[in-house]
Design a protein around this ligand. Structure first.
Ligand code: COA
Length: 133
């Protein structure tokens, strides 16, 4: 059964500016090496757009897990976003892998599977996640 849903949109230009802030550790802190490699390897030549979609996927995952935890209380910090990894198969089909504390939280909420879809067009990147129990 569906335990939670989450959706998020990201303004690609604002997100790229955030990534490019001098001395910022945001990108390295938020994304795994595999996510960065995939985003930089995409043929579009716009890695910030692919990272923006992955950021939307992480935020959407937090929302879906948050719903799955209801009516229980939310932990103060629900997730270290680097513990939510967007993976893609050879045909670019995305999926989510959790690790660490966020994996424990998901398991505690009875979540057995997360479904992800992402999209980006021009100024906006978006993602939707469905948590299954
Ligand atoms: C799969 C398809 C729908 C993706 O559409 P798109 O407009 O390129 O996708 P968007 O730009 O909205 O979103 C890109 C995201 O879609 C996801 N995606 C790409 N291919 C996917 C696939 N086969 N399945 C699921 N998700 C896919 C990825 O997450 C991608 O993000 P990333 O590149 O950052 O990893 C498209 O490539 C396709 O095959 N369309 C069918 C065309 C067709 O058969 N037309 C009929 C004859 S004209």
């Amino acid at each position: 059964m569906i335990a939670g849903t989450g959706i998020d949109v990201v303004d690609c230009a604002a997100f790229e500016a955030l990534l490019r802030e001098p001395g910022s550790a945001f990108e390295a802190r938020t994304f795994t090496a595999a996510e960065r490699a995939t985003s930089y390897a995409r043929r579009s030549g716009a890695p910030a757009t692919h990272l923006a979609a992955r950021y939307a996927a992480k935020e959407a995952t937090v929302k879906a897990l948050s719903q799955a935890m209801a009516p229980g209380p939310l932990p103060r910090a629900l997730a270290d976003l680097s513990e939510i990894e967007v993976r893609c198969d050879g045909d670019s089909r995305p999926s989510i892998a959790l690790r660490g504390r966020v994996l424990s939280l998901a398991e505690g909420a009875g979540v057995t599977r997360l479904h992800l879809s992402m999209s980006h067009d021009g100024a906006v990147a978006t993602a939707i996640v469905i948590a299954e129990r």
